[in-house]
Design a protein around this ligand. Structure first.
Ligand code: C2O
Ligand code: CU
Length: 468
């Protein structure tokens, strides 16, 4: 009734003033509608399975792996491989994966970044019971997005992921251009003792008081400084995945000037030059790299320059063969990406405060809003609604915060707008920094959100966001 009256007065061209609160509310809902409209078609709410089922079987078990030959390191693996052999499917296909647990403890698989039905998300006690030692479980889902995704246990992850349980799932979009080579690089680090065995104390006080467990050996695809053979003129799609427990990588390709075409699985609004991109635990980037025509016989070192002490991760070894013709196509990009110019006009619906306190099973508890996992209450979000959230880090440590089941966009750091033209599922929050993110949740269910420094998560830094 009130609204009718006001619109009637407005219709007459009479000036009118709504009570301030109501005016705000109207503006907010108008703004929300605009932002939600801009979001539409960014990625699908549902995707029809095309009927092709890709069946996989994985056994999680103890095995040996030569991380640093000639030593053999005792690891935990999927099918005796660290990382697991890369799984490829095409968009529209259904994954059916039977996991056999031959580990000495419970496990699950979480599909990091993949919008799966909530019951397939692998969070014990929330989306499924943990899979007991000696038992098995079948995961079945049809990914709705193409891209680079990964999977890992969500039970005692600080130990299980560290010991070698992780793998990559590439969902291919047949509509995307074909590169000379399509390569996955899994970046990891290990804390090894003298005989190249895994240091068996996990979630130590030191790890907890710092940025988790940082190792002394960095590997790419479970190998120390491997070489990727390429030919001059080739155009490579290189998919980088950070599976480390705590280490942040800052990958540097020197003079190769790669383009970033995807972040956390999803194509960017437009390709951009790789500069300083902090690849935090959980993050992925897809790079588009052209090997110069005159580079035959050359070797390019790929380095991590996060720390003062640069370290070589791997090499691109160009063969001495004659240069090949470089495939010519525009780098793939997102079909639609929202402008969200006014996202920072929307109200912050919640400020998640990250901090630590004394106590808990490990002596130090990492908290969200003062509480260590399990939280008394989950945070509720409405499906389809534009939402702006803030995450405020009150601690002097790093926290790569990961949200299951949703993509979001970083829109501000310490209140100042940032322009990131891509989606994320994990965002690194610096010491005492606050980050604003925006999202339109589509996938319903109880989704975990947590720090991807697995020691921090193990010591409590996890909560549930319920999308209804
Ligand atoms: Cu890779 Cu719950 O995370
Ligand atoms: Cu953390």
């Amino acid at each position: 009734m009130k609204h009718l009256l006001y619109s009637f007065l407005l219709g007459l061209g009479l000036s009118t003033s709504l009570p301030a609160a109501e005016q705000n509310e109207n503006q907010n809902s108008e703004l929300a509608a605009t932002l939600e409209n801009e979001f539409k078609q960014s990625y699908p709410e549902t995707l029809k399975a095309n009927g092709t089922v890709k069946s996989f079987e994985l056994t999680a078990k103890e095995s040996e792996w030569a991380l640093f030959p000639p030593y053999k390191t005792r690891v935990w693996s999927y099918d005796d491989s660290v990382p697991a052999a890369v799984m490829h499917i095409k968009l529209g296909e259904t994954v059916k994966l039977k996991l056999d647990n031959q580990l000495p403890q419970d496990t699950t698989i979480h599909w990091h970044g993949i919008r799966v039905p909530n019951a397939m998300d692998g969070v014990p006690g929330v989306t499924q019971p943990a899979i007991k030692s000696g038992e098995s479980f079948v995961y079945e889902f049809t990914p709705k997005d193409a891209g680079t995704f990964w999977f890992h246990p969500h039970v005692n992850a600080s130990e299980q992921v560290e010991r070698g349980l992780h793998g990559v799932l590439v969902v291919e979009d047949p509509g995307e251009p074909e590169y000379s080579q399509d390569v996955v690089w899994v970046l990891d680090d290990w804390r090894l003792e003298k005989d190249a065995q895994i240091y068996p104390q996990f979630v130590t006080r030191h790890d907890l008081a710092h940025d988790g467990r940082w190792g002394n050996l960095m590997t790419v695809n479970g190998e120390y400084q491997p070489r990727l053979k390429v030919r001059a003129g080739e155009r490579i799609r290189l998919r980088l995945v950070n599976v480390a427990n705590g280490r942040v990588f800052l990958p540097s390709f020197a003079e190769l000037s790669p383009l970033v075409i995807a972040v956390d699985g999803m194509l960017t609004k437009a390709a951009f030059l790789l500069e300083r991109f902090y690849l935090a635990p959980g993050n992925r980037i897809d790079l588009d790299i052209t090997i110069p025509k005159n580079a035959a016989g050359q070797r390019f070192a790929v380095k991590d320059i996060f720390s003062r002490e640069e370290r070589t991760l791997a090499f691109l070894q160009v063969t001495s063969d004659e240069a090949v013709k470089t495939p010519a196509f525009e780098p793939p990009k997102a079909a639609h990406f929202p402008e969200w110019k006014d996202a920072l006009k929307a109200p912050v619906s919640h400020d998640f405060v990250l901090d630590a306190k004394r106590g808990g099973a490990h002596g130090i508890a990492w908290t969200i809003d003062g509480e260590a996992w399990p939280q008394e209450e989950s945070f509720k979000l409405k499906a389809g609604q534009f939402t702006r959230l803030r995450i405020s880090n009150r601690s002097p440590r790093l926290h790569p915060m990961h949200l299951h089941g949703q993509f979001f966009k970083r829109i501000a750091v310490d209140g100042k707008p940032v322009e990131e033209n891509y989606w994320r599922d994990t965002v690194l929050i610096g010491p005492r920094e606050s980050v604003d993110i925006a999202l339109v949740p589509l996938d319903k269910g109880a989704w975990a959100h947590h720090c991807h420094i697995l020691e921090h998560a193990e010591a409590g830094m996890m909560g549930i966001i319920e999308v209804k």
